[in-house]
Design a protein around this ligand. Structure first.
Ligand code: T1G
Length: 723
């Protein structure tokens, strides 16, 4: 069995310590131990009260997520909770750290809740495609009211103890030793109170909400806005409706259990748990030992004050690390700092930070024109536009100007990191740190491992990524790394569909209905149609067929959002895309000039061709080993984590590789074979898809061929070809 309860008695108070490192999930050993310990305390006459706490940095981090989808052993969570609720002696939850999901539900079964200042609570099950299935949907509304409870469960956010005290979730805050204070609290209530409150009996707030339709309609609106396409939020709302309308608490619990099963059986649960564990696995690099020393990063430098440079600087300032931006142009610097200030003002206006917090955070960002100003920083991130010669020049200068043990990182989205390393005297300190725009919002951080990047540099960047609240994923130094390499096929298909007869809004709405946060043509308008166009003009390269329409638009000064017209039209000050019927004549002319006969195209064909292009390229990355980790399942996880956190792929589908696994690789294989009949050059199916589909296998099944060698080599044209 996994986990246990450490039982002891102090001053007539039984202390039950959940011991299941590192974060004390309610695994079978813990459930079993809880029942045993409660019975022991109940039957010990010398015991007048019970304190439940957690060992280490967590109280209880919820049910054991790794058990979902498995055959559950031992007693259920409900069996354990019944023992707590039926205790004749006061039970105090001493929240010493994270009390999440089933962890908070355990505390809600106790008579009283005391927390340390470090404690935090939450019901984040929605992030796993589940709902709080151990009474959270029935008990929390009784404590904080249905409206607030819905916000907590639909957001899945963590609530610090001080706030939880204000909300009435916890009864008192411990300033000292949480267990000592909880024991004192238990002795006090055991002495003074005849009876002890149970949340299940607090009906006032749910009764008061009866008939107030706004609560439910507002929750539905919130779910539609923040949880588009997800199944569990609707079930959470139904549970709270039951809590409001049913007189009998246990009837509500039955309904909760019913809806919980529906979530458990819904494929979104497997997909979202795949990402939960995928993100945690991605942070471990197999051949970099856990104990590898890491550098302390106390000060950072950024080269370039453009959109990316500014966003990256905000990431450091947001967690309290002073950051200095260097640019060669005073005007650029002014514009860059003004953009950062605007972003912070926007957050203050939206109530996401106070004016004092803004002043303190923005105050950590300084700027200047000389490299000497960053000679003492621990890391420098170069974030200038994509030009290898310019970056080489910058890295040579940085190597001279910055202290020897500082890390030199590049925000390149696809250029050769080894070339940057080789122009310095510290190749072990050179690494790629590919942030995604807007860098202060997007969670993905592609960490590009060069041939000479040291373990210490990698370990430092991976832990820095976590501190910056990013999802770091390692890629080997190969063209386009993981994300952009997969994206190449996706945008190629989108552009081919445009040539064959689809329109930008049709392609975008088909993929947004599939769940993508933004369709490819809205994305190209956001990034700027002129980026690739200028690069091709600069290098004098012929537009590839898939960029013909893009370049025809640029020839008519349609560069996208930046100048209010691209594939869509935009009004001043708004990012909302408006149809551009005037472009259709261009599409028809370019199709005709390039021998395409335009035809009706279904949304399903659009989805299949764009998403399967991602899957097919992902399978080749798997075959080649670019996502540098040994276990196939790990690599599948990496690619899915990349697409969820960097490219707006719907989390409830688990990423392109998980999506393919759930569709069935035989189905995927057959569709690619079909597409290959019309476009054999593009649809070269990955061998892995063929071999796995024959055995009804899944990505992640195949054992990793130990002698994988990444196919590398940077010819510039392949990167510029499709932007
Ligand atoms: N079950 C199993 N393993 C878990 C776990 C859990 N609940 N939580 C964490 N782990 C593992 C994790 O995979 C990692 O493993 C290690 O612990 C450290 O985690 C009935 C249905 C608590 C805020 O959603 O949010 O209760 O990689 O790296 O950054 O209603 O873990 O080392 O092998 O994330 O310090 C609801 C999930 C469950 C909370 C700590 N609970 N956990 O963050 O450490 S569903 C959650 C977290 C439920 C009931 C329902 C975080 C954390 P490994 P970590 P961290």
């Amino acid at each position: 069995m996994k986990g246990k309860i450490n039982y002891s008695v102090t001053d007539g108070i039984a202390i039950l310590e959940v011991d299941n490192p590192p974060v004390n999930p309610l695994s079978d050993g813990v459930r079993h131990g809880l029942i045993e310990s409660m019975e022991k305390a109940e039957s010990d006459d010398s015991v007048v009260g019970i304190v439940l706490t957690g060992k280490g940095r967590s109280f209880i981090a919820g049910a054991d997520i790794s058990e979902f989808g498995q055959q559950i052993e031992g007693p259920s969570i409900h069996d354990a909770f019944e023992k707590i609720e039926k205790s004749t002696k006061p039970v105090i939850a001493a929240i010493n750290g994270s009390a999440l999901g089933g962890g908070l539900e355990t505390a809600l079964c106790c008579h009283y809740r005391v927390s340390s200042k470090q404690g935090f609570i939450g019901l984040p099950e929605v992030n796993l495609g589940l709902l709080p299935g151990a009474g959270g949907t029935q008990r929390l509304p009784r404590l904080v009211g249905p409206a607030e409870a819905l916000k907590i469960m639909l957001s899945g956010r963590h609530i610090p103890a001080v706030k939880a005290l204000d909300m009435g979730v916890i009864d008192s805050l411990s300033e000292g030793d949480i267990v000592e204070d909880a024991v004192a609290f238990a002795k006090d209530v055991a002495e003074k109170n005849e009876t002890h409150p149970l949340v299940r009996n607090l009906n006032e707030k749910v009764l008061a909400a009866r008939g107030d339709e706004n609560i439910i309609s507002e929750a539905r609106a919130l779910a539609a806005k923040t949880r588009k396409g997800q199944f569990a939020p609707g079930k959470i709302i139904q549970c709270v409706e039951e809590a409001i309308n049913l007189d009998d608490f246990d009837e509500g619990m039955k309904k909760e259990a019913e809806y919980f099963i529906e979530c458990l059986l819904n494929p979104q649960r497997e997909a979202m748990i795949h990402i939960f564990f995928g993100e945690r696995a991605a942070s471990k690099i197999n051949d970099v030992p856990k104990e590898t020393p890491k550098m302390d990063i106390n000060k950072a430098g950024i080269i370039g004050s453009g959109t990316m440079g500014g966003g990256i600087a905000m990431c450091f300032a947001n967690i309290g690390i002073p950051v200095h931006i260097v640019d060669q142009d005073e005007e650029n610097l002014k514009k860059g700092l003004a953009a950062i200030e605007r972003n912070y003002k926007f957050m203050v206006d939206r109530g996401r930070m106070s004016a004092e917090q803004m002043e303190k955070t923005f105050g950590l960002i300084s700027s200047g024109l000389s490299y000497e100003e960053i000679s003492d920083v621990d890391i420098v991130i170069e974030a200038v536009y994509e030009n290898l010669d310019l970056k080489l020049e910058i890295f040579k200068k940085l190597d001279e100007a910055v202290k020897d043990d500082a890390i030199l990182a590049s925000n390149t989205s696809g250029l050769d990191v080894d070339a940057l390393a080789d122009c310095t005297k510290r190749p072990g300190k050179v690494v790629g740190t590919h942030f995604f725009s807007p860098a202060n919002v997007m969670r993905l951080l592609e960490v590009v491992r060069g041939e000479k990047t040291s373990n210490e540099t990698l370990a430092t960047i991976m832990s820095l990524g976590k501190v910056l609240k990013k999802a770091p994923v390692v890629s080997l130094n190969a063209p386009g790394f993981i994300g952009n390499r997969m994206l190449f096929g996706y945008t190629t298909q989108a552009n081919k569909l445009l040539l064959e007869g689809a329109l930008p809004h049709q392609v975008d709405s088909a993929l947004e209905n599939f769940g993508m946060s933004m369709g490819p043509f809205r994305m190209l308008d956001l990034v700027g149609l002129d980026l690739g166009w200028r690069a091709r003009k600069l290098s004098g390269t012929e537009s590839p067929i898939t960029a013909k329409i893009n370049d025809a638009l640029c020839d008519l000064d349609r560069y996208g959002q930046k100048n209010g017209k691209g594939f869509y039209n935009y009004v001043e000050g708004s990012r909302a895309p408006h149809p551009a019927p005037e472009n259709e004549a261009i599409y028809e002319q370019v199709s005709k000039d390039n021998g395409f006969e335009r035809r009706e195209i279904s949304d399903q064909e659009i989805i299949d061709r764009c998403i399967l292009a991602l899957v097919n390229e992902g399978a080749k990355i798997l075959e080649e080993g670019v996502a540098q980790r040994s276990g196939d399942m790990d690599v599948v996880g990496d690619m899915d984590v990349v697409y969820i956190n960097g490219y707006g792929f719907p989390i409830w589908r688990g990423g392109p590789m998980q999506y393919a696994n759930m569709e069935g690789l035989d189905v995927i294989s057959a569709k690619i074979d079909e597409f290959a009949k019309n476009d054999p050059e593009f649809w070269q199916k990955a061998d892995l898809i063929g071999s796995l589909s024959e055995v009804k296998g899944r990505f992640g099944d195949a054992p990793a061929p130990e002698d994988r060698k990444p196919v590398s080599g940077f010819n510039k044209s392949s990167v510029a070809g499709n932007l």
